[in-house]
Design a protein around this ligand. Sequence first.
Ligand code: TRP
Length: 465
Amino acid sequence: MEKQRGTFSNRLGFIAAAAGSAVGLGNIWKFPYEVGENGGAAFLVIYLFFAFVICMPIMVGEIAMGRNTRSNPYGAFRKLGGKKWGIVGFIGVLSGIFILSFYNVVAGWAFGYFLQITFGDLLGQSDYSAYFGDYVAHVSDNLLYSLAFMVLTALIVIAGVKKGIERWTKILMPLLIALIVGLIIYAITLPNASAGLEFYLVPDFNNVTGKTYYMALSQAFFSLSLGMGAIITYGSYISKSDNIITSAALVTTADALIAFMAGLLIFPLVFFQGIEPTEGPGLVFVSLPGIFEAMGPILGKIVGGGFFLLLCFAALTSTVSLLEVPTAFVTDETNYSRKKTVMGLAALVFILGLPSMLGQGAVGMFTEFMTYGGETKSFMGVVIDIFSDIGLPLGGFLISIFVAYRWRTHRAADEIEQGHKHFRGSWGEKFFNVVISYISPIVVGVMVIIIFLNKFTGLDILGGL
Ligand code: TRP
C-alpha cells in the first residue's frame, strides 16, 4: 500500500524549511553561551571548521538517504541497510523526542520574555540575572508558556509540510535577520563593546582545552539539526531535481551566519554591562534586556518584544522539525492519522519535558538531578548531555559509517547526481567521499569517546592541547 506523503513545493521550500529547522535557539541562545563558557573566539573558529568540514558532508548524506528512501529515519536505515540498521534510525527518532522535550521548555522562556517585556514590567528590573533565576523557577507561568508553544508546534505539524512548515519560515526569517543586524549596529557603538568584540573575534588558543573541541563539535551538530534524522526526514520530501550539494551548502552557511551574528550582538552587550561571559544558559536572557531598557520605555518594549517574538518563530520552525521526525515515523510505519499521531506525540513530549522545566529551581530533585564527572547536573543538563552533546555526534558518526560502508558512496552519488548532473568526478564528490569515509568516522568517532569519558569521568584526554 502506497500512502500519500507530503512534499515541498520547490527547492526554495526545502531550503527555507531546513534552514528554519537549523536556525533556532541553538544559534541565538545556545551558541553564545557555549562561546562564553568555552573561551571565546577560539571556540568560534573550531566551530566553523566542524560545521563546514565535518557536518556539511553529513548533511548531504542525510538528505540523500531521505530522498532515496522517501522515509523517516527508521525506514530509511531499514530500507537501505536492513533491520539492524533500522535500530539506529529508531534511536534517532527517540532522540528527537527527548531533544524537543527540553527545547520546548526553553522556547517557553523566550515566549514568556516576549510577553513580560511587551506587556509586563521586565524592562526596568535592576538585576536581570536574578530576574532570570526567579523567572525559570516560577512553575505556573512556564507551564502555560511551554504548553502554548507545544500546541502551536502541533498545529503547524498537523497542517503538514507545505502549508505549515514552509510558509512561515520564508516570511519570518528575513525579518529576524534584519532585526539582529540593526541591533548589532547599536550594540557595537556602546562603551566597552570593543572588549566584547575582542573576546569573540580574536582567538587565544592558549585557553583551548579538550572540552573546547568537543563542545564545538556537539554544538555544530545541534545547530545544524544533524545526527538524529531530522534532515533525513526533510530530505524525504524534496524533489529529485533538487541539487543536494548546493542546498546543504546554503543551509550550513545560513545557519553559521546567524549564529555568528548572534555572537556579534551578545558579546558587546555582555562586556558593556559587565556580565560574566561564563553566565551559562541564562546569558541571552540576562544580557539582552539591558539594551532594550536603554532604548527607553516605549521603543524598548517594541524592539525587545519584537526580538523575543521573532526568536519564538525561529524556535517554532525548529520545534516543528523535531516533532515532524517521530510524526513521519509513526505515519509511515503505522496506519494512525497524522492528526492523532501529532496530538499523541505532542502530549508525550510535553510530559517528558516537565522534569526539565521543574529542574530550574522549583523542584530540588530535578534541579540537582545527578552528579557525575565532578559536576552536579539538572534533569535538563542530563538530557542535553545524553541526547544532544553525545547522541548527535554519535548519530553523525553512525550516519557516516552507514553511508560509506553499508549504503556505499557510489549509491549516494547516484542519488545526488539526479539533481546535480556534474557531481561525478567533481571536487565536491571527492571531498564528500573523503569526509564521509575517513575524516568523519575518525574525528567524530574519537570525539564521541572523548566526550563520553569527559562527561562521565571528568577525564580530559585532549586537555592542554
Ligand atoms: N537546530 C535547531 C537550533 O539550532 C534545533 C533543532 C531542530 C535540532 N531540529 C533538530 C537539533 C534536530 C538537533 C536535531 O535551534
